[in-house]
Design a protein around this ligand. Sequence first.
Ligand code: FES
Length: 174
Amino acid sequence: MSESKQTEGKPGISRRRFLTYTIASTAGFLGSTMLYPMVRFAIDPILQKGTDTEFVDVGSVDEFTERPKSVQFRIKRKDGWYEPEEGESATAWVSKKGDAILALSPICKHLGCTVTWEGGGHLKQYYCPCHGGLYEEDGTNVPGTPPTGPLDQYAYRVEGGRLLLGPTQQGGGA
Ligand code: FES
């Protein structure tokens, strides 16, 4: 019996077309289920950025005050497949209010320049010289300036009176 006779007068799609769609969608499904683990395995280190960052001693907690102080240190971090033996250099702006420590990344959230405390004559603010970005003392970006998000913050621990900084995490704010 020919296909045209079978489908003659019946609404819907032909048997051939139905089989084509079924085979194509089954092949697509099987292909994607096989590809997904391979792709995931290949890009997983990128997705895990900074998760195995070690905490680094950056000084005595007593050194820090309400006025942000810049500290330089080397941090061991696996970034994708890249893990420099000697660690990578990092900077944080650290301030302390009571027992609360705030350690901000100096990397501007606009295009990645380096911010400075009270730079460009901006009192009590972080200033990015590249495009005039401003952040409040707590790292919140000032609306109307180029950065669209707050400065990242370092995770921290205090152990035996020493301040240890770890991976950065997204700050909250405007
Ligand atoms: S990179 Fe900081 S304002 Fe543009």
